[in-house]
Design a protein around this ligand. Structure first.
Ligand SMILES: *Cc1c(COP(=O)(O)O)cnc(C)c1O
Length: 429
């Protein structure tokens, strides 16, 4: 598409956007009575307007039914997670039995590594991307230590070439092949939180399996952002948080994926709890853990009804939007427009003041655009916020802007560019 850097062009794109009504389902933060242009859905998605109502429904269930709420009412808590599974599955390209909402992300990463990081003999290493989100680094280091290895020896980090920010798929595949017989687990992010790079998940999975390793993904920045086919890509396991692109609220529930080919594997270790026990027999309270079939068998504690109610409400908005394909279609154009607008700012400034480190190729990125300012990065960011454009700042020097197709408009993007230009001109003077 040939973009234009003016308001009426942006508004025309909004008029033609089949998802434009979705924006009215969300609450935007305000300051001094003025709404923010919110470009931070990669960190915390906006609150759906129905959030209060669904919380109230569960508070009423608790008030009116108390303990009987587990089995009574319109959505008995005992089975409530099943409502979510149906809606989570299409978002990540899985069968409903392969996904389950539970816990929080880093906790699930640990639980899944208990099952799927099984170092043995020479094959004890984990290969991951360098510069992964710190929580993942800490989780992986501690798992490696837990098994008695030194993280320096047991963790292979794939690093970008000198001067580059993103990884070449070929380089990832070569690292995997080169260390093949020592790799127990390939554990990558889906979309990198810093650069916004969407890794070639099917290629990484194939390469991992080709050397006999297990392959898992942390989809914190991918789930609800880019189209995924976890089942078809034959990924062994994955987990994600739901408070970023999936708008479930701070500390919202996490989701896990376990490929059905592992369901019958009784050799997998699990850190078990009563909620993973066979559902029909759970309340017999018998000794000796027997897991429920499918991803549900990885549950540990009883259903977190309140955070699940919020995730459920948000998943219903995805359903209303037609799940991921329509969102991705809009997202591609929206993010391309942001690329264009930033480059227009550079042109008008007469030099590349804003260097985009996110891959320009659509297939290699999701919604997020990460920018390094040549100068005054933090001041530029602070000025954007002061003028009601909310992205986020990542040390040491990156501004992340993430237009979210559920609630951002092309006008948001145009206005962001206009402000970025003004702010830059003022700071340059
Ligand atoms: C956001 C994010 C997390 C956060 O983990 P929590 O356990 O939800 O606090 C972890 N890993 C990645 C890759 C993330 O992007």
């Amino acid at each position: 598409m040939n973009f234009e850097n003016n308001l009426s062009f942006a508004q025309q794109l909004d008029q033609a956007d089949p998802l434009r009504e979705m924006r009215s389902q969300f609450l935007f933060p305000q300051h001094n009575g003025k709404e923010f242009i919110y470009l931070c859905g990669n960190s915390l998605g906006l609150q759906p307007k129905v959030a209060q109502e669904v919380m109230q429904v569960q508070l009423d269930n608790w008030k009116n039914l108390a303990v009987e709420g587990w089995f009574e009412g319109e959505t008995p808590w005992m089975f409530y997670h099943k409502e979510l599974k149906k809606l989570m599955a299409p978002i990540v390209g899985a069968k409903a039995a392969e996904v389950c909402p539970m816990n929080t992300l880093t906790v699930n990463l640990h639980l899944l590594m208990v099952s799927f990081y099984r170092p043995q003999g020479k094959r004890f290493k984990i290969i991951m991307e360098a510069g992964a989100f710190p929580s993942d680094q800490y989780a992986i280091e501690s798992q490696v230590r837990f098994h008695g290895y030194d993280p320096k020896e047991a963790i292979i980090e794939v690093k970008p070439k000198a001067g580059a920010y993103t990884l070449e798929t070929e380089a990832i595949l070569q690292e995997i092949a080169a260390n093949g017989d020592e790799i127990a687990l390939v554990l990558f992010g889906g979309v990198n939180y810093f650069t916004g790079q969407w890794y070639d998940m099917p290629a990484i999975t194939k390469a991992g399996h080709a050397v006999g390793a297990t392959v898992g993904f942390d989809l914190a920045h991918a789930a609800g952002n880019v189209p995924l086919k976890l089942h078809d890509w034959d990924i062994d396991f994955a987990c994600w948080c739901s408070y970023k692109y999936q708008n479930s609220g701070p500390g919202g529930i996490s989701g896990i994926f376990v490929h059905e080919k592992h369901f019958a594997d009784t050799s997998l270790h699990r850190f078990a709890g009563w909620w993973g026990y066979q559902e029909a027999q759970r309340f017999k309270m018998e000794k000796g853990f027997v897991p429920e079939a499918g991803a549900d068998g990885w549950q540990v504690s009883c259903t977190q009804v309140m955070p699940m109610a919020l995730y459920h409400a948000s998943l219903q908005l995805f359903e209303k939007a037609g799940f991921i394909e329509p969102l991705r279609n809009k997202s591609k154009t929206l993010t391309s427009y942001l690329f264009y607008v930033i480059n227009e700012v550079n042109k008008k400034l007469g030099e590349e003041q804003y260097h985009i480190i996110t891959p320009a190729t659509e297939a290699d990125r999701g919604a997020q655009v990460s920018i390094i300012a040549k100068a005054n990065g933090k001041q530029v960011f602070d000025q954007l916020v002061a003028h009601h454009v909310l992205g986020d700042w990542r040390e040491p020097n990156v501004i992340r802007l993430s237009p979210v197709p559920l609630y951002n408009s092309f006008e948001d993007i145009y206005r962001t560019g206009e402000l970025l230009l003004t702010v830059s001109q003022q700071l340059n003077d």
